[in-house]
Design a protein around this ligand. Sequence first.
Ligand SMILES: [Zn+2]
Length: 272
Amino acid sequence: MSASSAIGASGLGSSPAHTDQKPTALEQCVARVKLAVKQVQWSHLSCSITLEAAKYPVVTNCNHLFDGAAIQEWMSQSRDPKCPLCRTDLTVVTPLEELQESDEGRLSKLLQLNEPQIATLSCLDTSLRQIQDGEIQEAINTLELCKPEILDVSSLVVGLKFQFCPSSENVELAMACALKQENPDDRIFIYQQVIAHASCRLDAYQELILLTKDPKEKRALRLQAADLARDAGKFELETSFRKEAEIPLVSTVISKDEWAAAATINLRIRLI
Ligand SMILES: [Zn+2]
């Protein structure tokens, strides 16, 4: 297999496969912990071509690490590409993610983790097992042992608290915690947890819609939010969600008051 076809087969830069089955709130927590493992393992990996953090780290057959896009660009410039570091013929380029599953030994040599990183990874590993065994409080305690300079676990802790106590107090705490997150993935995770446990929180929907990049997903969220706004009698909000999702307003009119509200909304839609 040629180096370029190895990259192509790995689906470089492609989005994960879409499934109809939506993950549960707990499954989202598990996925978030797994992502945190990668975050810790990859945070210090820099590409020898770009000299920046490798966004999509890949490993060559000569065990050198580069950013996927950078090495692909490098290989496209030559018929017989060689490693920019050691001049070995490039035959296979493997995404680090795949190596993780198939070759732990090779991976640990490549990563060269320091002590706090290893300690944090061990906490993540233990908490993952605890979550999967339904020991949520224990998992939270374990996560809180992670080294803060290596990983901010606040979003994970907030998300896990919902699993055994989706109280309104925890919803408020989560909404406040989301605003403090620097990483958009952490904010998305928290809002997903809020709407999974408190679907009435249209403000969480609004934030999540803003943060969501995939247009299909964005539209699906707007439609869900519009239905919830209708159920809550918030016609203006329903209209704005539907308008943004480019779907005409379909309102079931029952009472006189609702008719008046719906008539105004329909008029507004025609005027827009
Ligand atoms: Zn090399």
